[in-house]
Design a protein around this ligand. Structure first.
Ligand code: HEC
Ligand code: HEC
Length: 414
């Protein structure tokens, strides 16, 4: 029925639906030992959880070093992404450890579907097509909900580095918001229940629409007929969606969903792009170590599925211009390099990959050769070596101008 309209909108969840789902989640989270709450009590509890979550989110006392909070890596001033150009951020008990991956933005995660190996889009796209591995949180989709995700940095030896749940709880109970936490966890709550309340609070905060999915970019204003794109931005938009040019919208969906939902600039698919290895990531100093995304080593349930090696979740491009490190290993530091990589990965591989001692080009050097068949070859990739790339320099600048319209906080010119 809606072939063209839906082609690029495989995964969109209605914003109203999200709000309802959020209230529903709160009601579930809100259920104390005594049984269900009234709707009004659930609303009040959700508000209190979110207020507590906001404090927890920026409290460095919750880390063993006393120096990192969620907001050190997910900075509100950078769309809840990293505040600097480091490919990976420091953490650990004494701030001497480093993570293995670039810090993603925490905006627009509200509609990420739970991970599935076979995704059939029922929210506006063509639901008869198996879109393959899709969804889940983190770069490899290994977690489904924000509250499970929060457990990872709190306990990871490379991040907030608490040895055990009880340490997190003790730090929180020693803080100025301890009373709020106790009230929400319930009288005489166990350590586990108190920890669960901390996770619920962090999730509740990350579901605040104004903070985490404001849809306030110039592009949103344009979609609503309240702003005009400049000529360059408009050229960039066309290149972005043109299947013979950028073809970016194939994965970074740019149109509203069939039910009018705003585009998220991702279809949440897990895809291997073959990005170059980043020698600045400390873990990469071991030449035998590879971050294979979906097939491990951080994700452990699909390690035998070799067809998944090298795949990472397509990120939203909303607010991408506020970042200074791109791709899962933070290998690039400017949008120019990123868009050029798409256009010239195959036409000019020399620009991206090193040669070994014998002079052989090590194309796709961040993936063992046996997995090279997993790498995406469709437009904008492909093209004979030395041939003209799908986007020239001017076109690359146009696409970047368009990407900059995706930054939240656009103020209309009077
Ligand atoms: C030391 C830096 C650091 C700290 C501190 C940190 N994170 Fe993260 N966060 C990351 C990295 C790196 C990833 C990507 C992890 C991966 O792909 O394995 C991530 C991923 C996430 C994701 C999934 C994002 C996505 O796109 O799927 C969420 C949600 C999240 N973090 C929430 C939090 C919360 C809540 C806290 C505080 C309790 C926190 N983070 C603390 C670095 C950090
Ligand atoms: C086949 C699907 C696909 C297509 C087509 C595609 N992308 Fe991507 N994009 C991805 C995936 C997957 C990643 C993450 C890859 C990784 O980190 O290994 C990504 C990452 C990015 C990033 C980095 C975002 C960040 O937070 O680090 C930018 C910028 C980007 N894409 C822009 C574009 C542009 C511009 C185009 C068109 C020229 C495009 N993409 C086409 C799938 C795609």
């Amino acid at each position: 029925m809606c072939r063209t309209a839906c082609e690029h909108s495989r995964v969109l969840v209605c914003r109203v639906g999200i709000a309802v789902a959020a209230v529903f989640t709160f009601m579930l989270q809100a259920q104390p030992a005594g049984g269900p709450l009234s709707r009004e009590d659930a609303r009040q509890r959700a508000k209190a959880l979110s207020a507590l979550g906001r404090k927890l989110f920026s409290d460095p006392r919750l880390s063993r070093s006393g120096q990192v909070s969620c907001s050190s890596c997910h900075d509100p001033a950078f769309a809840y992404g990293p505040p600097n150009a480091r490919p990976v951020q420091p953490g650990g008990p004494e701030m001497q450890a480093f993570g293995m991956r670039a810090v993603p933005s925490l905006r627009y995660l509200q509609a990420v579907p739970h991970f599935s190996e076979h995704f059939f889009d029922e929210s506006g796209g063509d639901d008869s097509v198996d879109a393959g591995p899709t969804g889940g949180l983190t770069w490899d989709g290994r977690v489904d909900r924000g509250r499970e995700q929060a457990r990872i940095p709190l306990l990871s030896p490379l991040e907030m580095a608490n040895a055990k749940v009880a340490d997190v709880v003790a730090s929180a109970l020693g803080s100025d918001y301890a009373l709020d936490l106790k009230r929400l966890a319930g009288r005489r709550a166990s350590i586990l229940r108190t920890f669960d309340t901390i996770l619920d609070a962090l999730q509740a905060w990350q579901e605040e629409p104004d903070q985490f999915y404001p849809y306030s970019s110039k592009y949103d204003a344009w979609l609503a007929g309240k702003a005009r794109l400049s000529e360059q931005e408009e050229r960039g938009r066309r290149l972005f969606i043109d299947p013979s040019k950028g073809d970016c919208a194939r994965c970074h969906i740019a149109e509203r969903g069939a039910n009018g939902t705003p585009p998220q600039f991702t279809d949440y698919g897990l895809i291997a792009l073959g990005v170059p290895r980043n020698p600045e990531v400390p873990a990469n100093s071991n030449p035998d170590w590879y971050d294979l995304g979906m097939c491990g080593p951080q994700r452990t349930d699909l390690q035998k599925r070799h067809e998944y090696c090298g795949r990472f979740r397509t990120p939203s491009l909303r607010n991408v211009a506020t970042r200074s490190s791109f791709f899962h290993n933070g290998v690039f530091h400017t949008l120019k390099e990123v868009v050029e990589f798409y256009a010239r990965r195959d036409t000019h591989p020399d620009k991206w990959y090193p040669r070994d001692r014998s002079g052989t080009l090590q194309k796709f050097n961040d993936l063992p050769d046996k997995y090279n068949g997993n790498i995406e070859m469709g437009t904008p990739f492909g093209g004979e070596e030395g041939s003209n790339p799908s986007l020239d320099d001017a076109a690359i600048d146009d696409v970047i101008a368009f990407l900059k319209t995706l930054t939240d906080g656009y103020r209309q010119e009077p």
